[in-house]
Design a binder for this molecule. Sequence first.
Ligand code: SF4
Ligand code: SF4
Length: 79
Amino acid sequence: MKKRFEVLINGEHCKACGVCLEFCPQDVLGVSEQRNKAGFYPVEVKKPEECTGCGHCALMCPDACIEIYRVPMEESVQS
Ligand code: SF4
Ligand code: SF4
């Protein structure tokens, strides 16, 4: 499946609370194996092609670490 949405996560601000993981219905997100500067293992995008752009993760993140963008149609066709 082509990627239709870009999920941007600010890994340096993520405190690894796991709320976004709980609320993603598509299981797009997972935990990084690398710590951030604060010592947390931040969330990262594991299955970008599964994102439906619902925005639940971005809405629920208490630290506003996540932004969702629609991938322009022509890019999603080419990629
Ligand atoms: S926008 Fe929805 S489907 Fe995409 S990562 Fe966030 S919660 Fe999951
Ligand atoms: S909800 Fe925000 S702070 Fe919590 S794990 Fe997800 S991205 Fe990190």
